[in-house]
Design a protein around this ligand. Structure first.
Ligand SMILES: Nc1ncnc2c1ncn2[C@@H]1O[C@H](COP(=O)(O)OP(=O)(O)OP(=O)(O)O)[C@@H](O)[C@H]1O
Length: 569
């Protein structure tokens, strides 16, 4: 929680004003309740009380104004801090992508960014200020009671002290419950996202009822965690109430004894009782929120785990200037995804000359996509080096590297924003005319203008309203617009119909022209048009050459292409 205090940063002043308003609120309530009781006792005993009434008149507007101010300022500060924390989480996602995100479920990460952060509102808007009030206001009340008679303060103090310690009695249990509950919420969220993403597969394979069963199981677990939380919270609530009554009774009895012995002015009797009653308010306010602080702690830990995770790659340099020749060299590159796993790339050695197209081929699992990821620096090589224009890519800032490279992936991701904005993703400042030119070159213009909303069409989540071939042409338009000198294309393995395939191939030829291109190729039509072919097997470069040379001289290559080339088996 202290780490979260450090995040308050620029919103500190707002929170300080909220806390001051909170203290003022409790003091004003204390003063007006005391004054009210004094006025009543003066009225009953037939004494003058006009001064008290005037004071009440002055105090009452502040009784309304100060809690409003406290709540408003604390919420403004809290919402701003939450927005800052979310910004940090999104930045962390970007820094950690894609390695860390592959290990975590996206629904669970979404829950951390949204509902865990939301949970922190309790701390910033509802706990901090009451905590300070609870620590200061009772001191003022005890001092006032002490001036009437020290025995009154002595009667009230034990209950107050005990009350303040209630949240710590079951702290360990509460923390474990909070951790369990927030983890269950994350799990349920992850399952919901997973189900929605795989809904088509669930429906077509008749696995819907099984999935509903899984949901019920998770719901039951969440319910169990919530009930455990509610039982402990209820117990603490009961104890708090009992201690409050005990404290009030102690003051009541002590005040009555003092009055009987003539040690306390009877007119102060109601004042003492009302003061004691009001003193409990800020302490109870804190114990009320403290019952749920375990959830805040758990949510905070989940958030901090994300913020504290080391990114898989770090910039060794922050600055780079100068031109780079787009010549890509893989020099005895070795890489594995985790220490316990075998090498995904064991010895990749090849060059892509400026403007040349190299097709990277190999059986499934040979390490083709890993090579592309290493070139994008999603991970750093374990041994060997990848250089661009003679510069080790680890000596280029990631921002700079990613400006040099465009990726056209297999599974094109389209955002649920207009197509024109999807196309200008890599160059947001591009004009509409430039977007149209890129779409034309990618052979996407015709189908886009044929849509009712044209370039303003929202493609649906993940581009669901477009065909596979259309999504690929949008990705190619994106790449053309970004205009990076190096292109990585991960060719889709999914079958396109002959017409779409031809259009995508033509569009690819446009975007490849003049660029250093590495194509992860599956189709013979693509491999044939490449200048050279690099064949990987088990993470190693086993041969390079032109398609024709390899076809005539390499049995492994022929086996790889068997079925795609007439006469090759
Ligand atoms: N994120 C990952 N974590 C762990 N292992 C991985 C990961 N991604 C790939 N691998 C493993 O690394 C090896 C190389 O995978 P890669 O995806 O690079 O092969 P590929 O040649 O691109 O295959 P395909 O043509 O099927 O896409 C495989 O054994 C694969 O199981």
């Amino acid at each position: 929680m202290t780490r979260f205090l450090a995040l308050i940063g620029p919103h500190r002043t707002l929170l300080v004003f909220a806390i001051v308003s909170g203290i003022a609120h409790h003091l004003v309530v204390l003063a007006s309740a005391g004054t009210g009781a004094w006025v009543v006792s003066r009225a009953i005993t037939g004494q003058e009380f006009t001064g008290g009434l005037i004071l009440l008149g002055v105090l009452l507007p502040f009784v309304a104004l100060t809690p409003w101010l406290e709540s408003y300022l604390a919420h403004v500060a809290a919402f701003r801090v939450l927005a800052d924390i979310r910004g940090r989480i999104y930045a962390a996602f970007e820094r950690l992508a894609p390695g860390y995100l592959l290990e975590r479920r996206s629904g669970d990460l979404g829950a951390a960014a949204i509902s865990d952060v939301e949970q922190l509102e309790l701390w910033f808007a509802h706990t901090l200020s009451p905590l300070v009030s609870a620590a200061t206001v009772p001191v003022a009340a005890l001092t006032a009671l002490g001036t009437f008679d020290p025995a009154l303060a002595g009667a009230l103090a034990p209950a107050l002290v005990l009350l303040a310690t209630v949240p710590s009695w079951l702290r360990q249990k509460a923390e474990a419950q909070g951790t369990e509950l927030r983890a269950q919420v994350g799990e349920l969220n992850a399952e919901a996202v997973d189900t929605l993403q795989g809904l088509r597969e669930l429906v077509t394979s008749g696995a819907g009822p099984r999935q509903i069963g899984r949901f019920r199981g998770l719901e039951a677990k969440l319910l169990g965690a919530k009930l455990a939380h509610a039982r402990r919270s209820g117990l603490e609530h009961g104890v708090t109430n009992a201690l409050t009554v005990f404290g009030l009774l102690a003051v009541l009895v002590t005040a009555a004894l003092l009055v009987t012995r003539g040690a306390l002015d009877p007119a102060l009797f109601p004042v003492a009782v009302v003061l004691a009653a009001t003193t409990f308010a800020p302490v109870i306010a804190v114990t009320d929120v403290a019952r749920d602080v375990n959830l805040v702690v758990a949510a905070g830990r989940r958030i901090m785990t994300i913020l504290d995770t080391e990114p898989p790659v770090r910039d060794r340099v922050t600055d780079f200037s100068g031109d780079i020749t787009p010549r890509v060299v893989f020099d005895t590159v070795r890489f594995r995804y985790a220490p316990a796993l075998p090498d995904a790339v064991a010895d990749a050695t090849f060059t892509v000359e400026p403007g040349e197209t190299v097709a990277l081929v190999g059986h499934s699992g040979a390490g083709k996509s890993t090579c592309a990821s290493l070139l994008m620096r999603f991970w750093d090589v374990a041994d060997g080096a990848i250089t661009i224009g003679g510069h080790d890519i680890r000596d280029l800032p990631q921002d700079h590297l990613r400006k040099l490279i465009t990726l056209v992936p297999q599974d094109v991701y389209l955002f649920n924003i207009p197509l024109k904005d999807n196309i200008r993703l890599g160059r947001p400042e591009a004009t509409d005319a430039e977007v149209v030119a890129a779409a034309e070159a990618a052979l996407a213009e015709e189908f886009i203008t044929g849509l009712p909303d044209g370039y303003d069409t929202i493609p649906g989540e993940l581009g669901a309203r477009l065909s596979g071939g259309q999504r690929q042409r949008i990705a190619i338009a994106r790449a053309l617009l970004k205009d990076a000198p190096i292109l990585i294309m991960d060719e889709a393995v999914s079958n396109l119909d002959a017409e779409s395939e031809q259009e995508v191939t033509q569009a690819m030829a446009q975007v490849r022209a003049g660029r250093t291109t590495l194509v992860i190729a599956h189709r013979l039509s693509t491999i044939r048009t490449a200048d050279r072919v690099v064949m990987l097997d088990d993470g190693r470069t086993i041969t390079t050459g032109t398609h024709d040379d390899l076809l005539s001289g390499n049995a492994g290559y022929r086996r790889l292409l068997a079925g795609q080339v007439a006469g090759v088996e």
